[in-house]
Design a protein around this ligand. Structure first.
Ligand SMILES: CC(C)(COP(=O)(O)OP(=O)(O)OC[C@H]1O[C@@H](n2cnc3c(N)ncnc32)[C@H](O)[C@@H]1OP(=O)(O)O)[C@@H](O)C(=O)NCCC(=O)NCCS
Length: 354
């Protein structure tokens, strides 16, 4: 059977490094609190005016395309995952198509937050397997620094997130690894549970005005047509920033991430002993450590880089995958397992034989 393989991979992080000490200039926090609860030492922030989610995605994509040995004009489909798009609409996919002067190919935007890259990878995998496309560009990119509350009010969220982008080019393959086993993406597994959608969410701007409203906005006069989508009150009540019940997210993530890894292993007749490298979504180092313990994996079987980049949401898995590959931690024939969990809730897993 035709499968898809990662033919090229790249990542880009902005030059500007923001340490935990730097954050103390804006909010009441400490390096000790952040490192102890999240493992994060520093993160990168995009240039305020010169860089966007799309421009970072473009930089990562250029590297992935070059490493795949093709040109941007040979890409026949784009999938762009982000929760921090340049515009509310249109999506970043078309902006990337324009920036890279690609042909008039399809461009799909995926909005699955921290699971966004794995959802995008899964969609791309299906298109390759059916023979529909031959060179699909999958990008995950985020410019969080533009939309966080850097006052003490928002400190539980703003210290966690960072900016960056990662990209892969998927191509069809029938190849076998030197072990004689089939190479490429072996399977992907997608899940959701919308019951707790508001636990990790950015409510505004949005069209929910007559349905769900957080306090104190619920009591606000909603009568005026044309003022629902974005209003001064939203800004006054800090409703334009993300909200998160951190402990609730933590509890669910440490159950669902190992669960989907087990599901993916089982689907391929593998066990945790077969994992050469697990790349968990870089949400929080403590979550990754819980996942590692639950799966009984050795330190050398798990890759983490959240210490340097923070949580870059849709970009975190491709950045970590690329960095691990560049460091020589992924070799031909290795079983690489990816797992993500995030807002929605959505979670996902994938197994690749490199
Ligand atoms: C966010 C998270 C680090 C908070 O850690 P926690 O141990 O759960 O902390 P709590 O939210 O219970 O807050 C504990 C205290 O620290 C304070 N605090 C929150 N953020 C702080 C910060 N940046 N600096 C210092 N103190 C902070 C709180 O105000 C609270 O103070 P209080 O006890 O006086 O009320 C943790 O819940 C987490 O990582 N959750 C998962 C989040 C995640 O991964 N999100 C991305 C999903 S993909």
């Amino acid at each position: 059977m035709q499968r898809s393989k990662i033919a090229g991979i790249g990542y880009y992080v902005p030059k500007n490094v923001f340490t935990n000490e730097d954050l103390k200039k804006y909010m009441d926090t400490s390096d000790e609190w952040i490192q102890e609860r999240t493992g994060i030492k520093e993160r990168h922030y995009a240039d305020r005016t010169g860089e966007t989610t799309t421009t970072m995605g473009v930089e990562a994509a250029k590297i992935a395309i070059e490493r795949a040995g093709i040109t941007p004009q040979e890409i026949d489909f784009i999938i762009f995952a982000t929760l921090s798009p340049d515009y509310y609409f249109p999506g970043c996919g078309v902006l990337l198509q324009r920036a890279l002067k690609m042909k008039e190919i399809g461009a799909l935007d995926v909005r699955n937050q921290c699971s966004g890259f794995l959802y995008a990878l899964s969609v791309a995998d299906q298109f390759i397997k059916t023979g529909m496309y031959k060179n699909i560009l999958v990008v995950g990119s985020e410019k969080h620094s533009f939309g966080l509350d850097f006052s003490t009010r928002g400190r539980n969220i703003s210290v966690i997130f960072g900016d960056g982008a990662g990209a892969v080019v998927l191509q069809p393959t029938n190849a076998l690894a030197s072990s004689g086993k089939e190479q490429g993406i072996l399977s992907t597994h997608l899940h959701s549970d919308g019951e707790s959608a508001e636990i990790l969410a950015m409510y505004n701007p949005g069209t929910h005005a007559n349905h769900w409203q957080p306090e104190p906005f619920a009591t606000f006069d909603k009568a005026e047509i044309g003022q629902m989508f974005m209003s001064h009150a939203m800004i006054d009540y800090a409703q334009n920033f993300p909200n998160m019940d951190g402990p609730a997210v933590f509890k669910k993530a440490i159950i669902k991430m190992p669960e989907v890894v087990e599901e993916a292993l089982l689907a391929n007749g593998l066990t945790t002993a077969n994992i050469d490298l697990l790349i968990p979504h870089q949400a929080n180092l403590r979550i990754a450590q819980f996942v590692q313990r639950k799966l009984n994996l050795r330190d050398d079987q798990v890759y983490n880089n959240i210490q340097k980049y923070g949580n870059t949401t849709a970009a975190s898995i491709p950045i970590a995958l690329c960095e691990a590959w560049e460091e020589g931690k992924i070799k031909e024939g290795d079983v690489v397992c990816l797992t993500a969990f995030g807002s929605g809730f959505t979670w996902a897993g994938a197994i690749i034989r490199w």
